[in-house]
Design a protein around this ligand. Structure first.
Ligand SMILES: O=P(O)(O)OC[C@H]1O[C@](O)(COP(=O)(O)O)[C@@H](O)[C@@H]1O
Ligand SMILES: [Mg+2]
Ligand SMILES: [Mg+2]
Length: 335
């Protein structure tokens, strides 16, 4: 079976002009995945890892100890690389420009949600790490600027996630399909287990925090009613599945078909999920697997970001399901 390392080298050979820089970054993300995997596995035994850190992150949300741990590990792994010019993270207010000679001459910037679904850690439920890679637009030889981080999602050169579930998997795309690798803990390697993943065009599963139903826009309420109606030909009613960890919910729907929705609500008028750390990477993966991602009205990857921690509504998953949901959004646009 092919390892992630072998796969990366093989793919690099498909692009003779490539200098292996992207491959180097992916290798460091693989290392971060192993480190976080190791510590998550000890979470129940280690009080330095579980629980609330007692501080709020830039989103005003309680920061878990593992959030901060994952963020620090990721930053340390990336700063050590020749290829990375800067890092933006959900856990840090400003982006970090790697302002050394090496960083100023590097080509890529990374955005990440180092630990996604962190409220699940203390109860032993799957969490994840999400990453997104862009080529910088500022001149080489200078420190990166905010503009390098505010590029629309269609400019991503690679994106992916690690899901720390019943097994740990790394799933990524470089714009040429989506591949998944399962971590073999006894060998310490990621093995290619899910080659060229394609999301089913139709699914039977919808994932949304239905507890917020009364706060949703009318289009979402109508779509949920549609999901729950009886109709044999379209296999409705669909099944409701919601873990509360985007990576895990997305991963299930990617493999089995389904739709994940985090809409606007009276509570979160702009949506809850972050465009740069969550929306864009998942949208890139979904499209590369043959699915779709929308904010309800437009393609996620076409949104021009204006802020690092910008939020977005997200409808992502099987093509026909996302199209159906967004048709309801359009129909009930003003309600
Ligand atoms: O509890 P809610 O409001 O349904 O939100 C759940 C969503 O929030 C998130 O946890 C946000 O991610 P973080 O843990 O990285 O802040 C998503 O993973 C998840 O889908
Ligand atoms: Mg998250
Ligand atoms: Mg997070």
């Amino acid at each position: 079976m092919k390892t992630l390392g072998e796969f990366i080298v093989e793919k690099q050979a498909d692009y003779p002009s490539a200098k292996g820089e992207l491959s180097g970054i992916l290798s460091s993300i693989r290392l971060v995945a192993k480190v976080i995997h190791r510590d998550i596995n000890k979470a129940g035994l280690n009080n330095d890892i579980i629980g609330n850190s007692g501080i709020e992150n830039v989103q005003g949300e309680a920061q878990m100890k593992l959030d901060a741990f994952a963020h620090e590990k990721m930053k340390a792994a990336l700063i050590a690389r020749d290829e990375v010019a800067g890092f933006g993270s959900e856990e840090e207010e400003n982006f970090v420009a790697f302002d050394t000679e090496r960083g100023r001459n590097a080509k890529y910037i990374i955005l990440a949600d180092p630990l996604d679904g962190s409220s699940n850690i203390d109860v032993n439920v799957a969490v994840g790490t999400i990453f997104s890679i862009y080529r910088r637009i500022s001149p080489i030889g200078t420190a990166v600027t905010l503009a390098d981080f505010l590029q629309p999602g269609h400019k991503q050169v690679a994106a992916g996630y690690i899901v720390y579930g019943s097994s740990t998997m790394l799933v990524y795309t470089t714009g040429n399909g989506v591949n998944g690798f399962t971590y073999d803990t006894s060998l310490g390697v990621f093995l290619l287990s899910h080659e060229n993943i394609k999301i089913p065009q139709n699914g039977k599963c919808y994932s949304i925090n239905e507890g917020n139903y009364l706060k949703f826009p009318m289009g979402v309420k109508k779509y949920l009613k549609y999901c729950q109606e009886e109709d044999e030909s379209s296999h409705r009613p669909y099944t409701s599945r919601y873990i509360g960890s985007l990576v895990s919910d997305f991963h299930r729907n990617l493999l089995k078909g389904g739709i994940y929705i985090y809409p606007t609500s009276t509570h979160y008028p702009l949506g809850k999920l972050r465009l740069l750390y969550e929306g864009n990477p998942m949208a890139f993966l979904a499209e590369q697997a043959g699915g779709l991602a929308s904010d309800g009205y437009q393609r996620i990857l076409d949104i021009e970001p204006t802020e690092l921690h910008q939020r977005t509504p997200l409808f992502v998953g099987s093509k026909n399901m996302v199209e159906k949901a967004t048709s309801f959004m359009l129909e009930y646009q003003n309600q």
